[in-house]
Design a protein around this ligand. Structure first.
Ligand code: SF4
Length: 107
């Protein structure tokens, strides 16, 4: 067995030994919920985000069409039935399922 094969086997063995510990650490790590985006946050203001699409003033937000919400937006990744979830536009902050912003895209 050459030097590289020994190193490869050692690394693989080490990895296999550590795997249960890695899995346990990941399982037991506290799950941090993302903060909820506020309408007053700078990034929200920039995208005309509303936490409740029903309150969007169509005269002030001409891109808005009735029926558009985060839930049916292609950028929304919230769990079905959840009140809020992740949006790929606002990284690190959740948006409300009933929200809307002017980046809405159909699914
Ligand atoms: S991009 Fe889509 S999911 Fe994100 S806030 Fe705007 S409408 Fe909601």
């Amino acid at each position: 067995m050459n030097k590289h094969a020994v190193l490869h086997n050692w690394t693989r063995r080490q990895f296999m030994t550590a795997l249960p510990a890695i899995g346990l650490a990941a399982w037991s790590a506290p799950v941090r919920a993302d903060a909820l985006l506020k309408e007053t946050d700078q990034e929200a203001l920039a995208m005309d985000y509303h936490a409740d699409a029903a309150k969007v003033d169509a005269a002030k937000s001409p891109k808005y069409k009735p029926g558009q919400t985060c839930t049916n937006c292609a950028l929304y990744f919230g769990d079905k039935g959840a009140a809020s979830g992740a949006c790929s536009l606002f990284m690190g902050k959740d948006v409300t399922a009933i929200g809307w912003c002017n980046a809405w895209e159909p699914k």
